[in-house]
Design a protein around this ligand. Structure first.
Ligand SMILES: [Zn+2]
Length: 149
């Protein structure tokens, strides 16, 4: 390593940006108080009035839209398998059982549809069999009439 290069490395540390082999990350907290390091998702935004005139513009961090905060939340929420955060553990339990009921309903509905489809195709096969039987009976009758049995 040259003296020049090591000087550069040293000066980079003075910028106050944490660089760990990738993009600098920012510390966030989820509503449940979990610590997350993520690359800020800066987005430009424009706020227009009804005439289309820009009244406000700037950048905001899209990560904050996920409910993440820069400081530890004072009131912690509960993380739910639905990927949302609920105010109480009871609300999480209710959500989980609601979702279980919903998915059971879906399964029942899907199973009913499968059954309906297969019984419909069974009916169709029955009809075809009747048709074929009718046709061969017809042929027999023609043969008989023509005396070529
Ligand atoms: Zn939930």
């Amino acid at each position: 390593m040259t003296t020049q290069a090591s000087e550069n490395m040293g000066s980079r540390g003075g910028l106050g940006v944490k660089i760990t082999g990738g993009l600098p990350t920012q510390r966030y907290f989820t509503p449940a108080g979990e610590e997350i390091f993520a690359v800020p998702s800066m987005r430009e935004f424009q706020q227009k009035d009804e005439n289309g005139k820009i009244v406000r513009s700037g950048t905001r961090d899209g990560n904050l839209d996920k409910g993440w905060t820069m400081t530890m939340p004072e009131v912690l929420k509960f993380k739910c398998p639905c990927k949302q955060f609920h105010d109480t553990q009871e609300a999480v339990d209710v959500c989980v059982s609601k979702r279980a009921i919903e998915s059971a309903k879906w399964e029942t509905r899907a199973q009913k549809e499968i059954n309906a489809t297969s019984s419909a195709s069974e009916t169709r096969i029955d009809d075809l069999e009747k048709d074929v039987k009718g046709m061969s009976e017809g042929i027999e009758a023609i043969k008989k009439a023509l005396g070529i049995e």
